[in-house]
Structures are given as structure tokens and as C-alpha cells.
Design a protein around this ligand. Structure first.
Ligand code: GH3
Ligand code: MG
Ligand code: MG
Ligand code: MG
Length: 340
């Protein structure tokens, strides 16, 4: 069974007519015009021939014994293999309803007999041209679709990479602002947050409080229990301070070795005092034994508190200095207490 035609020609046409003379005349003229012609004398032969080698076009007679042209056309249009073959009806039937029926069953054009050869050729060429253009269009569409799929894949790929990068950046940024040991904010984040809140509250004329906390006799703690125990103590103290400092805008940071700071926006001195007491309670509840402490047999802290309504940068320095002085005063006053 031949499936593809590799003879160079303008097109492969199947002529179907029960009148041998018609076939002969059409065949000879179309062959001269460069077409490859096959002939079928009835519907059954036509369907077999069309399946054996798909023609570019079929010229189909209507009045034929056993199976008329409408039936042949219907059968071809119902087969997946042959449904796209353009079919031009060629018939003596001249009534408009016969022509309409031809189009309804799937015909693409209609020529009445007796025909003018030039018209037949012009109509064949016209249909083949349409078919060629459609095939080109389909090919272009296919290429475009393939390109589109590749582009979509590329976009999805880039989006994924972008999200991964963003997530990695966020993680890095978070890591860069966290103290590795205690997992509270580090000094860098403290400085940044304090400045930012200072400016924000300055615009709102709202107070900001700062509490500095320092573990009492921590050097002695390290000396007694060892550095790893000291690290563990720092972690617990940091978490205890976090338990007492809970508002979303608040920030707990490791300010230095065994010093922590709490930034409390929108907080007056009375509020800051209450937070300081809460911190002390939380540390006390940790109940970490400290036999080398001069003040108590458990770990304690001293706190320095200062509160201001932000104005300029100088006053920010003053806020820190004031908390620092208050902390010093708490140490001087015997430790395990707070001063303002
Ligand atoms: P004071 O009551 O006056 O605050 O006395 P202190 O001993 O707590 O203060 P000092 O400044 O003399 O000592 C602080 C100690 O904190 C010394 C230092 O080794 C310790 N320290 C600082 N950072 C860390 C740390 O990351 N881990 C441990 N284990 N110890 C630390
Ligand atoms: Mg006929
Ligand atoms: Mg200290
Ligand atoms: Mg200390």
C-alpha cells in the first residue's frame, strides 16, 4: 500500500466518475497541467483509493450507481484519515438544493457539467492554494505554540529561581540580625531598630523606653560553672526577658557579652518600670543556681531604665547614656534591682 507520493507534481488528485469518457478527458488535461491523477469509477473504489494514498483533492461525481457522490463524501468525512481532503463536486445536477446538499455533506466547491476545463483547473488551483496556505498557517502555529511552551517553562523556571533567591535573602537578612548564641536580635539590629523607632516616635511625639539588663556576677558564674554553663545561662536569660517583653513593636537584643536591652516604643516610664519588674520575676523563676554570687544564691540581673519623647540624634545618645547610668546606679545599689 503506498502512503506517500514522492513523484514531483503540482498535486495528487483523485477523479471519481462512473463515465469513463469524463475520467479520460479530465485526466489527460490535468496530467498535462502537472497533476498526478488517479481514477475511480465508483464510490467504493474511490474510498479505497483515498485511504491507500491520501489525495490533495478529490473531484467527485454525484450521480453514480450503488453509492452516489453525497454518500461517498459523507463516508470520507467520517473517517479520521480522509476527513480533511478537499472535495469538489462535479455534476450535471444544476438545482440549488443539490448544490446546498453538496456543501452540507462536506463539499468545498461545486462545478456543473458540462464543464469548461479552464474553470475546473482554476477551481482546483484555488482549493489547493487554500489548502497550502492552511498547512503553512498550521505549521507556523505549531512552531509558535512550541516556542510558547518553552517560554512558559523558562518563565516558570525563572520565577522559581527568583522565589528561592528571595527566600535565601530573607533568611540571610534574618541571620544577619540575630545573635547566634541566644537567638534574640544582635547589636546591629538593636542599633537599627532603635534609630528607626526613635524617628517614628519623634514624628508622633510618643515616648520610647529603653531597659538595659546586666547579669550580676557573671564572671564568677563562668569561673564557677564553666563557660558552656555560662552560655546556657545566657540563653535562658534571653528567653526569660522575651517572656516579659511581648508587644509586636518591642525588641529584645543582646547588647553586649552578658548585657541585654529591651526597646519599648509607646511606653511611658511607669510602663517601663512594670516591664522591668516582670523581667526580674522571669529571671527569678529560672532559678539558676549561682553559689558565687554575692547578692543571692541564684542568677539575678540589674536593670537601668530610661524614657524619653524623641527629638534629635543627640537626645537618642542621651537616652542610651541615661539607661547606662541607671544600670551603673543599680550595680552600685547592691545589684538585683532596677534604677531609672
Ligand atoms: P557585674 O555584676 O558587675 O555585672 O559583674 P560581672 O562579672 O557580671 O561583669 P563583668 O563585666 O566583670 O563580666 C562579664 C562576664 O561575662 C565576663 C565574660 O567572660 C562573660 N561573658 C561575656 N560574653 C559571654 C558569652 O558569650 N558566654 C559566656 N559564657 N560568658 C560571657
Ligand atoms: Mg455520473
Ligand atoms: Mg557587663
Ligand atoms: Mg554583669
Amino acid at each position: 500500500m503506498i502512503e506517500e507520493l514522492d513523484i514531483p507534481c503540482k498535486g495528487n488528485i483523485l477523479l471519481v466518475d462512473d463515465t469513463p469518457d469524463n475520467l479520460r478527458v479530465l485526466s489527460s488535461i490535468l496530467t498535462k497541467h502537472g497533476y498526478y491523477i488517479r481514477k475511480a469509477l465508483n464510490g467504493e473504489m474511490a474510498i479505497t483509493a483515498a485511504h491507500a494514498l491520501i489525495p490533495d483533492l478529490i473531484l467527485l461525481d454525484i450521480n453514480m450507481p450503488y453509492m452516489n457522490g453525497y454518500e461517498v463524501c459523507t463516508a470520507l468525512k467520517h473517517s479520521e484519515k480522509t476527513e480533511n481532503i478537499p472535495i469538489i463536486f462535479i455534476s450535471v445536477l444544476d438545482d440549488v438544493w443539490d448544490k446546498i446538499k453538496a456543501f452540507q455533506v462536506g463539499g468545498i466547491d461545486y462545478i456543473t457539467k458540462p464543464f469548461q476545463l479552464e474553470e475546473v483547473i482554476a477551481r482546483i488551483e484555488n482549493q489547493l492554494k487554500i489548502k497550502r496556505l492552511q498547512a503553512e498557517l498550521q505549521e507556523k502555529n505549531k512552531i509558535l505554540e512550541e516556542k510558547n511552551v518553552l517560554l512558559m517553562r523558562e518563565i516558570a523556571h525563572r520565577k522559581k529561581a527568583e522565589i528561592a533567591l528571595k527566600t535565601a535573602n530573607q533568611k540571610l537578612q534574618k541571620l544577619a540580625s540575630i545573635d547566634g548564641l541566644t537567638e534574640v536580635s544582635n547589636r546591629r539590629k538593636f542599633d537599627e531598630h532603635l534609630k528607626q523607632e526613635w524617628l517614628r516616635l519623634g514624628r508622633q511625639h510618643h515616648p520610647l523606653s529603653l531597659i538595659l539588663c546586666d547579669i550580676d556576677y557573671f564572671k564568677a558564674y563562668n569561673d564557677t560553672y564553666g563557660h558552656p554553663a555560662g552560655d546556657e545561662c545566657l540563653k535562658q536569660v534571653a528567653q526569660a526577658i522575651c517572656q516579659a517583653v511581648k508587644r509586636p513593636a518591642d525588641l529584645v537584643a543582646r547588647y553586649g557579652g552578658e548585657e541585654f536591652a529591651a526597646i519599648l516604643p509607646h511606653t511611658h516610664s511607669a510602663g517601663a518600670l512594670s516591664v522591668a519588674r516582670k523581667i526580674q520575676r522571669e529571671i527569678q523563676q529560672l532559678d539558676i543556681k549561682h553559689c558565687a554570687s554575692d547578692v543571692c544564691d541564684i542568677v539575678t540581673i540589674s536593670l537601668g531604665i530610661s524614657t524619653m519623647i524623641p527629638t534629635d540624634q543627640e537626645s537618642l545618645d542621651a537616652l542610651i547614656l541615661s539607661a547606662d547610668k541607671a544600670l551603673y546606679q543599680a550595680k552600685q545599689s547592691g545589684r538585683n534591682c532596677y534604677c531609672t
